[in-house]
Every structure is written in C-alpha cells, then in structure tokens.
Design a binder for this molecule. Structure first.
Ligand SMILES: Cc1cc2nc3c(=O)[nH]c(=O)nc-3n(C[C@H](O)[C@H](O)[C@H](O)COP(=O)(O)OP(=O)(O)OC[C@H]3O[C@@H](n4cnc5c(N)ncnc54)[C@H](O)[C@@H]3O)c2cc1C
Length: 466
C-alpha cells in the first residue's frame, strides 16, 4: 500500500483530469475522480452507432516523443497505449487543388513543399520551426511555473539563461516570420493557417512564432490510437484502476471550493486538494466562497472559444492515410478535418469498412444549420474520396458538445495563447482558494490532449514542491 498523505478530488475525466488523477495517485494521494458521463475522455471521447465506434472529438495524438508531455507522462506511468504512427501525419488538400502530404521524415516533407512551391526558402523556415519546437518543449520541462502567475514565476526562466534566446520568437507573429522568409504567398499562408487552426486555434497573424513553431511541427509526429479514442480511454481506465484511483462515473459535481465538493445528489465531500478539469466558464458557475468572484472575472475576460460541427459515418474502403484537412474556402465551411479509423482496426468497423469522423470550426454562439453543413461537407467528401454511400450518418453541433461534455455553450478547443497577449493574463493552475487547483484546455494554453497533459504535469510539479 502507498502511504496516503492527502485526499484529492479531481473533477472531470477529460485528458487533463485523467492525467492529474494519475499523477496525484503516483505522488501518494488518495484520489477520487468524478466524471459526469458514462464514458471517459470528454472532448476526446467516443460513442457507438450500429457496428461502428466513432471518435467524438479529438482523433489524433501527438507529443509522445522523448521530452514531450505524453512521452514524459507514459514514462512516469511505466506503460504506454498502443499508438499507430501515421505517415503522412496529415494530408493537406488546398483549395487550389494541390495535395501535400506532411511526412514524418523531414527531408520528405521538404521535398513535398519544394515540389508544390518551387524555389522558396522552405528549409531555413522549417529548420527554424523544428529548433524552436525542441527548445520550447525543453523550456517547459525546465520552467515548471508555466502558465505564469506572477513575476516571480517568470523570473524562473532566468535560472535557465539559454532559454532567454526564445523570447524574440514570443515577440514575433508567425505571419511576420513567414514574411521574413519570403513565404507569405497566399497558398503557403493557406497551408500554414490550416495547420495552425487545428493545433493552435487561430491563424498566423494571431499566433506568436514560438507557439506557431510548436503547432507547425505537430503533424510530423501524429499518432492514431489503436482502437481509436475508445482504445486510449480503455488504457487510461486500466491505469486509473492500477494506481488505485477511485473513479466515479455518472457523478455530476455541482460546486467546489473551501475544501469541499458538492455533488448533484446533494452529498458534500471534503478534500485537501480539489483539481478542477473544467472550462473556466463552467468553473465560474460552480465555485463557492471568495473564489467565485475571481473566476467570474476571468470568465468575463475570456468571453468564448470555438464551437465544432461534427459528422460521423461508416464507409466501405481501405483508406490508408488516416488524417486529412480539406480546404474548401466555401463561405460557410472554410475547411474540414477527416479522420479515418485505421484499416482493419478491430472493433471500430465491420470487415472492409472504416469509421470516419469529420470536424470543422464554427462559432459556438451562432445557431448552425447542421443539415447544410452536412450537405456541403458530404458532397465534397464523397466526390473527393469516390465514396458512393455513407452509413449511420450522425452529426454534432456546439449544443451536442454542451450536452455530452457539459462544456458551457459548447465552447471547445480551449483558449489559444495569442500574439501580443500578456503572459500573466493566462489562467493560472493555482487559485486564491488554497484547496483549489486547475487543469484543462482553458488553463494550459497548448490545447489538445498533449496540451492538457502538459498542464497536468506542470501542476503536479508545483504540488510536489509544496
Ligand atoms: C471536434 C474536436 C476535435 C479535436 N481534435 C483534436 C485532436 O485531434 N487532437 C487533440 O489532441 N485534441 C483535439 N481536440 C481538442 C481536445 O479534445 C481537447 O482540448 C481536450 O481533450 C480537452 O480536455 P480537457 O480535459 O481539458 O476537457 P474535457 O475533455 O472537456 O473534459 C472535461 C470532462 O469533465 C466532465 N464534466 C463536465 N462537467 C462536469 C461536472 N459538473 N461534474 C463532473 N464531470 C463533469 C466532462 O464530461 C468531461 O469528461 C479536439 C476537440 C474537438 C472538439
């Protein structure tokens, strides 16, 4: 038996909450994880329709390399899930008809760029992004006080003077960096903005080059979990059991603060630490005591995030390239992201068929016409991939995400770290209530599963050094 020094409650079994629960248990805490839904994963969850198992939101996994958040996390667990390395990581279909395959091998990716955009300074630009990407991950391993909450947190960077060399890339937008290399050609920008939108949630003029470099490097290291998100979540559920976490599914939390968590059932549970893995807008509605005011202020300062339209269906086929981003430049649908299940992946589709998840960004506060979105996307998809028929079509909107993940207004994708923003304006993992801590994609500004695990690692480090 591990010595149980502390009782920790984690709220929400999305990627951030699962990672925090596991890290707290490894640290020796007695951990309870409350999850409102019957399945784990939140925005990275799954569902079944007929003979198909669909990824509901997230489909790709990245950041599993040595020194990257998921790589570090799996090393701490002593186990890793079964992940299929995708090559190409993502296939980009530009609106002009060009199709670029972002290969794992750097030279192959440069050849692809050179074939489609001859004579440009690809090598110098992409070599720089790779260098910044590597150094930025190292910065996050060395400076565990990010997201910064105070000047003293920032001063931690000064303990590692070599990282100061990254500062200029914080002060330069990705668009400006592209200009410097003569790469601000409209088609090139379309490609770069497509990558940034899925990995950094905004386009090149709004993304500092340090973040842009990390986002642009991610398709080189794309993995598909075997068994889809269900496979990944089954792995995590096994790890929660192994580490002795008390996982309570279908338990909705109503309130938290001052060392207590209130459940929807009316029960109140005491804890030494409460780690909340919910978006800031939800937190603001649930916090009690003095913290409520702080969270309401933060929630107003970050008035929203993207919403998503999603479509799920089964197809007959053996599509080997798992991930595609299609640029349409249609007034309603600028681009959409396709994820095929791995051909032959057991349990995800009947033999000879694949399950497909499609997503596109929408404004969460606008009522969207799902039929219209589905029609535009399906017409293009079926023509492009020569698929005469789709099976078990189901669609999702911000309202669907709100219903299944509880995320207020269906705001998904987290809060981006925008060019020109004050590093101290990021939401902090620690709060004015000494019992309450935070993780999730509105806290750590590098969204996605990799980002929320990075946030959990950062918080864990702070808790270890208390
Ligand atoms: C369409 C789409 C595609 C995406 N694609 C990718 C991708 O390919 N790769 C990638 O890495 N990321 C992707 N993302 C982003 C990624 O899914 C999220 O950023 C990440 O999973 C968020 O994790 P989280 O733990 O912060 O929050 P969430 O996943 O929202 O988890 C919160 C959890 O809390 C639970 N909960 C809510 N309210 C309560 C309550 N009151 N009591 C108890 N439990 C509660 C929810 O049920 C949920 O399980 C995508 C997102 C979307 C929407």
């Amino acid at each position: 038996m591990k010595p149980h020094s502390n009782k920790t409650i984690v709220i929400g079994a999305g990627g951030g909450g699962i990672a925090s629960a596991l890290l707290s248990a490894i640290r020796g805490d007695q951990v309870t994880l409350f999850e409102a839904h019957s399945a784990l994963g939140g925005c990275a969850s799954w569902f079944r329709r007929g003979p198909f198992v669909f990824d509901a939101g997230a489909t790709t996994v990245s950041g599993v390399g040595v020194g990257e958040p998921l790589g570090d996390f799996f090393e701490l667990l002593g186990h890793a899930p079964n992940l299929h390395p995708c090559d190409p990581g993502i296939v980009f279909h530009l609106s002009t008809g060009k199709v670029l395959r972002y290969h794992r091998d750097f030279e192959a990716w440069l050849r692809e760029l050179e074939d489609h955009f001859p004579g440009l300074a690809h090598r110098r630009f992409w070599e720089l992004t790779r260098l910044i990407n590597r150094n930025a991950w190292q910065l996050l391993r060395d400076v565990r006080t990010f997201p910064f909450t105070s000047i003293s947190d920032i001063s931690d960077v000064l303990q590692h003077p070599h990282h100061v060399a990254l500062v200029p890339y914080l002060l330069l937008s990705t668009e400006a960096a592209l200009k410097t290399f003569g790469l601000d050609h409209p088609e090139y920008l379309e490609l770069v903005n497509g990558i940034l939108l899925i990995s950094a949630q905004a386009t090149s003029e709004h993304i500092p080059f340090i973040v842009g470099s990390m986002a642009l490097s991610y398709p080189a290291e794309t993995y598909a979990p075997v068994g889809g998100m269900k496979g990944l979540m089954d792995f995590f559920e096994g790890e929660l059991l192994r580490q002795g976490v008390d996982l309570r599914k279908k338990v909705r939390v109503d309130s938290f603060g001052e060392g207590k968590v209130g459940l929807f059932s009316g029960e109140s549970v005491a804890a030494d630490k409460i780690i909340v893995n919910l978006p800031v807008w939800n937190m603001a509605q649930m916090a009690t005591g003095a913290l409520q005011k702080d969270l309401a202020r933060e929630s107003r300062a970050h008035p929203g995030a993207w919403g998503a339209f999603t479509a799920y269906f089964g197809v007959a086929g053996q599509f080997r390239d798992t991930y595609h981003q299609v640029h349409l430049n249609h007034p309603l649908v600028k681009n959409y992201f396709i994820s095929f299940s791995i051909p032959g992946d057991q349990g995800r589709a009947p033999t000879g068929m694949q399950s497909v998840s499609i997503s596109t960004h929408v404004y969460a506060d606008e009522a969207i016409n799902k039929e219209e979105y589905a029609r535009i996307i399906l017409e293009d998809f079926q023509r492009r991939f020569k698929v005469p028929e789709v099976k078990f079509l189901t669609t999702g909107s911000p309202r669907t995400f709100e219903r299944y993940t509880g995320r207020l207004h269906g705001f998904v994708g987290g809060l981006p770290f925008l060019y020109g923003s004050n590093p101290l304006s990021l939401l902090s993992p620690v709060t004015s209530d000494s019992s309450v801590f935070r993780v999730g994609d509105t806290v750590f500004p590098g969204q996605g599963i990799c980002g929320v695990v990075a946030g959990a690692l950062q918080l864990d480090h702070r808790l270890r050094s208390r």
